[in-house]
Design a protein around this ligand. Structure first.
Ligand SMILES: *Cc1c(COP(=O)(O)O)cnc(C)c1O
Length: 380
């Protein structure tokens, strides 16, 4: 059996261990310490956000953002439907209702027209949504200019889910810095990892101060343990942050590698009939976290994304259908949604190809050759 090729696996740069060792040597084995402060500083420098709080996950970052925006039981929160469930779950933690919005075809992210229709419709039903959660899926920025304009027109704050998009930008402005707050994830499969972790970023200091406070059990300033609010245990550990500091040193390199993998797949398989790729709109820079293809069975002689996925699996290669939209998930069956068919088609025809920054060119060729085998052509 050939060695396993993963969709996206952790890729250490080498320095991570020295930051972790420093934490051991100085006994900072806690959810605070110099690595946490320095990692936050690195994130601020890199994204251009004024403030960052390192947290235990991207999910906890979204949860705290919703809490700080006052989302409570019975409220409505607008969320992109085409995403991972972690974008929407924290809405349910607050006993609020997610309102799902379909995607537009240029970036596969939240459709601004549907967003505005949804806001008008919710307002006409007597409820003003408390927040909007657009997502930069697979590292491709959403149409933030239009989304921000709509959000401002109706006075609704944005929580940008940039969990997959660290290093992506629109005209040089980092994904995650367009909204009131942005969130990042450092889970094991993301573009950099702390083995598990996340961050909240914002230009407004009060949100980041408040997030740090809530993330450490909401302790009031008193020598004893005094609480006037419900707190959470959501802070990042100083060990994880040490891994993060090392990963920040190789982030740009990882992005270059992932972008090169996209270009390689594009060059070799975009010519096949019925296979198409997600292009960057003018001024948009994706971090190409995962290369995604669409397979149109009407043009491939009946080959579907599932035929390709199973063939890759037989050769010990992991690939995966695109995210199943939230409006199709049984757990969110009762949530209102505003649809145009785009995300359902993406889910039906789309496949994520292995895209890890640690993939060799031989491994990329294995993927390409299997896809080629359906088209009876020889790799150029
Ligand atoms: C990974 C991910 C999250 C959640 O991040 P965790 O750190 O795993 O909690 C949220 N949204 C999207 C789009 C993600 O891909």
């Amino acid at each position: 059996m050939n060695n396993k090729i993963y969709l996206s696996s952790p890729h250490m740069g080498g320095q991570e261990i020295s930051f972790v060792k420093e934490a051991f040597d100085t006994n900072w084995i806690a959810p605070l310490g110099p690595n946490v402060n320095n990692f936050e500083h690195d994130l601020e420098q890199y994204t251009g956000a004024k403030y960052a709080a390192a947290l235990s996950s991207g999910t906890s970052a979204i949860h705290l953002a919703l809490i700080m925006l006052g989302v409570e039981a019975g409220d409505e929160v607008i969320c992109q439907s085409f995403t991972f469930s972690a974008s929407a779950n924290p809405i349910a933690y607050q006993l609020a209702t997610p309102i799902f919005i379909d995607s537009e075809p240029d970036t596969w992210n939240m459709d601004p027209h549907l967003l505005e229709n949804a806001i008008k419709d919710r307002l006409s039903k007597g409820k003003k949504p408390k927040a909007i959660i657009p997502v930069h899926l697979y590292g491709m920025p959403a149409k933030m200019e239009a989304i921000v304009a709509i959000a401002e027109r109706y006075g609704i704050p944005i929580i940008e889910d940039a969990a997959e998009a660290l290093g992506a930008s629109i005209n040089g402005k980092a994904a995650g810095t367009f909204g009131t707050m942005g969130i990042l994830s450092f889970n094991g499969n993301k573009i950099i990892t702390t083995s598990g972790g996340g961050a909240l970023i914002s230009n407004q200091k009060e949100y980041i101060d408040q997030a740090r406070f809530l993330a450490t059990q909401a302790r009031d300033a008193a020598p004893h343990y005094q609480h006037s609010q419900i707190g959470y245990n959501y802070r990042m550990s100083n060990i994880s942050a040490g891994i993060g500091r090392g990963q920040m040193m190789v982030l740009n390199n990882h992005i270059e590698k992932r972008r090169a993998i996209y270009e390689n797949y594009l060059k070799k398989i975009a010519l096949l009939p019925g296979i198409s790729f997600l292009k960057e709109p003018e001024g948009y820079r994706s971090n190409r976290w995962l290369t995604t293809i669409l397979v149109d069975p009407e043009k491939t002689n009946g080959v579907t994304r599932e035929t390709i996925r199973l063939a890759l699996e037989r050769d010990n290669i992991e690939s995966r259908p695109l995210w199943k939209p939230m409006h199709l998930q049984p757990v969110f069956a009762d949530s209102p949604s505003y649809l145009n068919g785009v995300s359902e088609k993406l889910f039906r025809d789309g496949l994520c190809l292995p895209s890890g920054s640690n993939m060799s060119s031989e491994e990329q060729d294995r993927v390409v050759n299997i896809i080629y085998s359906f088209f009876n052509q020889v790799v150029a």
